[in-house]
Ligand binder design. Structure first.
Ligand code: SIN
Ligand code: MN
Length: 262
């Protein structure tokens, strides 16, 4: 699957592409069906919310599930990523952010490169984050908020927030966010299950808590150019995978026809 020139232009201008219903209902059902056994696993790669019992994020999923091992090589994710970031991309991070009904906690305003650079020694902001909405995402169940144009700045100042949530994150301060929003506004990433979001390492984003009765699970794959691989290894492998071999896309029907993945 190739992005059009118009889509590439939107990505360059806004720093975000929203591709509604790129994955079918049957494909989303297959992805969701793979989740319950992973929720149940005793794994340090399953990180709970700070309060309550709900899972916050489940990481390293392609190493824990055949379905996710195919999904990280899906051509509808990998081919657009290669168009934007170059042909040789490795799998940096694979997770589902759960954001459970009533319990899903906030993700503070941040851009991913701050963590990739400071914690993992990634040299340049070239990684791409590819999301698939696994539930209908509305204004009510904790949608991601993006600040269009925020990716066109040099890396902004950040501080390490280890207290707000259960997940340590390098975050952007309020004054900086206020100034960015004054220029770019906020775009909420809403849409039906199967919708794909693509954004880069400098894009400032976050999401509010989910106080609705509706879950909001999102799959996230981060791909980074092999030539821009991490140089520091302080974080656990499930937060930044260390197999730097380039990802090779599978056939388009690899989720529903596993034989096609051979
Ligand atoms: C979220 O799940 O709302 C945050 C995801 C991200 O930071 O990529
Ligand atoms: Mn992020």
């Amino acid at each position: 699957m190739k992005l059009s020139d118009e889509q590439l232009e939107v990505f360059r201008r806004d720093g975000l592409l929203i591709l509604p219903s790129l994955f079918s209902a049957a494909e989303v059902a297959a992805i969701r069906a793979a989740l319950p056994p992973l929720y149940d696993e005793e794994s340090e790669a399953n990180i709970g919310e700070k309060a309550g019992t709900a899972p916050r994020t489940m990481m390293g999923l392609h190493q824990r599930s055949d379905l996710f091992d195919r999904l990280v090589r899906h051509p509808r994710l990998v081919e657009p990523a290669r168009q934007i970031a170059g042909p040789d991309l490795y799998i940096q991070q694979v997770k589902v952010n759960v954001k459970a009904a009533y319990e899903g906690d906030v993700w503070q305003w941040h851009y991913d490169f701050a963590t990739h650079h400071r914690d993992d020694g990634v040299p340049a902001p070239q990684a791409l984050n590819l999301h698939i909405l696994l539930d209908e995402v509305s204004h009510y169940n904790g949608p991601l908020y993006f600040i269009p144009g925020s990716h066109r700045h040099e890396p902004l100042p950040t501080f390490h927030d280890v207290t707000s949530t259960s997940y340590p994150l390098w975050v952007v301060d309020r004054e900086t966010v206020t100034n960015l929003i004054a220029v770019g506004g906020i775009t909420p990433a809403l849409g039906p299950p199967g919708t794909v979001l693509i954004f880069g390492d400098l894009m400032v984003h976050g999401s509010p808590g989910n106080m609705s009765p509706w879950d909001r699970a999102i799959f996230s794959l981060i791909l980074n150019p092999v030539a821009n691989a991490q140089t520091a290894f302080a974080r656990p492998e499930y937060k930044h995978h260390t197999d730097f071999s380039p990802v090779v896309p599978l056939a388009d029907d690899c989720l529903l026809e596993p034989a096609a993945a051979q």
